[in-house]
Ligand binder design. Structure first.
Ligand code: ZN
Length: 290
């Protein structure tokens, strides 16, 4: 089966959760490998197996190299493994129906490893994954390597998900749109938002910066979450991972922190065999306030 056909078949499993991003009508997955609404808006699956539902072109700060660095470090280092286990554990606790698969949507999925790994841990549950990101370079990598989910290039502000259709929203180190999250969530559904803690990648921040970027506070982000969602649980994750030199290089490449560091500081940071790197993440779990 071609990746295009395969991608369309996976989308057919979550057809009930999809709508046309242009007119909002329900959308069907056609056998020829495209999404089609009754007003004839149509979106073709690409040969890599993803579908682009953007209604206008998007510019972005991300590039392929960043996504590839992120991919390598996630697959090789276990940097986020405890987080994947915690997120899967949360989803496993949620009630799922026996009929239609419950949809787990990763909003801002990037190159897809987080969602893929979490879905792997949910094997046996009647769930289907969908990853949405505005950066085509990320979604292409996801579709190339992971046949575990439906991969969509799209804009969260004009999303292809229908009202009340999503069982769990993952929003991992990525911007939020709480109105859209509220609209998309199914009754009893949960938002699982992951925010960095103050010590997240501390060693990297301290090595690369001398200014206020050395420290980080997640207070504003959490405050915004709490204004829109009622928090039902907070899972703090604190651990460290030893990274080899090549992984440290990827770490520098993969993070937006690296957009403008002093090259000398980068060289000093990389001039070592390995380093212990701190991971501090907070999982905020919540339901819409209204
Ligand atoms: Zn339409």
């Amino acid at each position: 089966m071609s990746k295009r056909t395969d991608g369309a078949r996976r989308a057919a499993r979550i057809e009930h959760a999809l709508k046309c991003p242009v007119c909002g009508n329900p959308i069907r997955v056609e056998e020829d490998g495209r999404l089609l609404c009754r007003d004839h808006h149509s979106f073709d699956f690409a040969k890599q197996g993803y579908v682009n539902v953007l209604t206008r072109p998007a510019g972005g700060h991300y590039n392929k190299e960043l996504f590839e660095a992120r991919r390598r470090i996630m697959l090789d280092s276990g940097l986020y493994a405890p987080f994947h286990e915690a997120a899967a554990e949360w989803i496993r606790q949620m009630p799922v129906s026996d009929s239609r698969p419950a949809v787990v949507a990763d909003i801002g999925c990037g190159e897809g490893t987080h969602l893929h790994r979490i879905l792997e841990k949910l094997g046996g549950l009647n769930v289907a994954g969908a990853g949405l990101d505005i950066a085509k370079e990320g979604v292409q990598l996801a579709a190339r390597d992971f046949q575990s989910a439906v991969w969509l290039v799209g804009d969260l502000a004009q999303s292809p998900f229908s009202d009340g259709s999503i069982h769990a929203i993952l929003n991992i180190l990525s911007p939020s749109n709480y109105d859209e999250f509220t609209r998309m969530l199914a009754p009893g559904g949960r938002l699982i938002k992951v925010v960095p803690g103050a010590g997240y990648l501390r060693e990297l921040r301290e090595a690369l910066y001398t200014d206020e970027r050395r420290t980080y506070s997640n207070e504003d982000t959490i405050g915004l979450f709490d204004r829109h969602f009622r928090r039902t649980e907070t899972v703090p994750l604190r651990y460290s991972v030893r990274l080899e030199r090549s992984q440290l290089e990827d770490l520098v490449r993969m993070t937006p922190l690296s957009w403008s560091p002093d090259p000398e500081a980068v060289n000093r940071f990389l001039d070592r065999e390995s380093a212990e790197i701190t991971v501090e993440l907070d999982l905020l779990v919540g339901e819409p306030r209204d």
